[in-house]
Write a protein that binds this ligand. Sequence first.
Ligand SMILES: Nc1nc2c(c(=O)[nH]1)N[C@@H](CN(C=O)c1ccc(C(=O)N[C@@H](CCC(=O)O)C(=O)O)cc1)CN2
Length: 297
Amino acid sequence: MTATLIDGKAFAASLREQVGELAGAFEARAGRKAGLAVVLVGEDPASQVYVASKAKQTVACGMASFEHRLPQDTSQDALIALVDRLNADPAVDGILVQLPLPGHLDEQAVVARISPDKDVDGLTPTSTGRLALGLPGLVPCTPLGSLMLLKDQLGSLSGLDAVVIGRSILVGKPMAQLLLAENCTVTIAHSRTKDLPDVVRRADIVVAAVGRPEMVKASWLKPGATVIDVGINRLPPEPGAEKGKLVGDVDFAEARAVAGAITPVPGGVGPMTIAVLLRNSLVAAYRNEGLEVPEGL
Ligand SMILES: Nc1nc2c(c(=O)[nH]1)N[C@@H](CN(C=O)c1ccc(C(=O)N[C@@H](CCC(=O)O)C(=O)O)cc1)CN2
């Protein structure tokens, strides 16, 4: 068997197109563009690429992009003051603080300062609580994008066994909540889980979000399982090469012979992260203007 490839790049492109159309409709009704502010502290190379890509895609979708790049030694007070200004700015519908922040900053405190109405990353305590309670709110981008891919592939997820490997605030925990809300039987596995391969082998759906290159092997998978690989790991460069290869948390070459469907890296979950951010920003804009969020967003 060779697994179906789940094309996140194509799905993200069609989501962006839909967001673009509805961003135009928003502008016509509200008399202004929906606006997304992204804050980057420091010079982490990967974060710089992601932030530039967010700004470019925001503008391409017909929304306003506000980029704030702060030096590595920015103080907690200065960062909080910027978040407060963005909270109060009526042109800004969504605020995203790019993670990780430099080590001297208190990430949780900064994120918690974002107004829940502008929390397009879905990481504030209010957004997290709403997700846990099944109330409407803004949901973290990577897990929501992964869920969209799963539903597109499988239709109803009800009654399926799902294993999420990883328990981060950004991916593992919200992913488990989303799958639970779809009536999956959910197990969250992590570094202390005993007999991890046996736990994973029970799953119809595997979401790998551990940050360990190619850790999940084909022998861990139930034949026909749907595999969502959230990992983005850069291997050391081969001799003579400038950059190392990008791989996920799943050993793709062997897993595709056992899985029923699988996301590649690159081109799987990654592109969904930014497409869903644009979608969340537009949802926030509609709500912030007191307008009904259009169907299909
Ligand atoms: N505040 C946040 N910080 C971070 C988040 C987040 O959702 N909110 N996620 C990641 C980084 N990220 C967006 O911020 C992101 C990661 C990966 C991709 C992507 O498109 N990846 C491509 C490959 C890109 C490459 O060549 O390096 C792919 O997988 O195909 C987009 C966004 C951490 N921080």
